[in-house]
Design a protein around this ligand. Structure first.
Ligand code: COA
Length: 199
């Protein structure tokens, strides 16, 4: 069974295998520290108690990190929480750790503690598994952020869609928002990263 615990800085040394997944967002160290200091409620991990060590063929009780989520709150009029990363160890996938444990808890904190209007996140347009996951639990594509992952390219709205370089900005509205934040949403609603600003 999964347990939830606050993420600690030293956990970065225990999550290399999780972070090596090409779809997992990796950040410079200061970014993790900033999130831990400013938004500690929004940075937590799931752990599993393992009773068998495959490497040594021995029994032991140990808590292993199966996944984590990090995020923040931002905006004033458009007050919302933002998921910066969510990821699950390959060994523990497809048993609902992201949907029923990490994302569900993130939503409860956003709704009942921070009382935000909506939650948003960016996902690579070619990350089919994550897209399926988010859509399954009620997130909708709000807009396509053209060239969001193209760190060397010129930002230009005229360039054609490129699923490897573009991001979908996805949102889920919480009850107090009444669907307002998803007005005019859709995959054909294109914008540049510089347009993603919140009042
Ligand atoms: C995407 C990811 C977080 C999903 O985590 P997970 O704990 O395995 O997902 P869940 O078990 O909660 O799956 C919930 C739903 O998502 C979809 N889904 C998740 N993994 C899937 C897979 N391998 N194949 C098909 N559908 C999948 C399914 O609809 C699934 O529901 P179902 O099992 O009832 O069919 C995980 O694959 C991961 O860490 N990927 C790498 C990092 C990443 O892409 N993060 C998101 C960046 S925005």
């Amino acid at each position: 069974m999964s347990s939830l615990e606050p993420f600690e800085l030293s956990d970065l040394f225990k999550t290399q295998n999780i972070n090596s997944d090409p779809f997992t967002e990796n950040f410079p160290l200061f970014f993790y520290v900033e999130y831990l200091i400013l938004y500690p409620n929004y940075f937590f991990k799931s752990t599993e108690t393992t009773s068998y060590d495959n490497n040594n063929n021995t029994n032991k009780n140990d808590d292993r990190i199966s996944g984590y989520i990090m995020g923040k709150v931002e905006g004033s009029q458009e007050y919302h929480s933002h998921i910066s990363a969510v990821t699950v160890d390959k060994m523990y996938r497809r048993i609902k750790i992201s949907s029923d444990v990490l994302l569900d808890c993130f939503k409860n904190i956003s709704d009942y503690i921070s009382k935000v209007k909506f939650i948003d996140l960016f996902v690579k347009c070619d990350n089919a598994l994550a897209l399926r996951l988010y859509e399954k639990i009620g997130y909708q594509v709000f807009r396509r952020v053209v060239g969001y992952y193209d760190f060397n390219g010129l930002q230009n709205l005229k360039r054609p869609n490129d699923d490897k370089l573009d991001a979908f900005d996805m949102r889920i509205c919480l009850p107090r928002d009444n669907g307002e934040s998803l007005k005019n949403s859709g995959k054909n609603n294109r914008c540049l990263a510089e347009d993603v600003v919140f009042t």
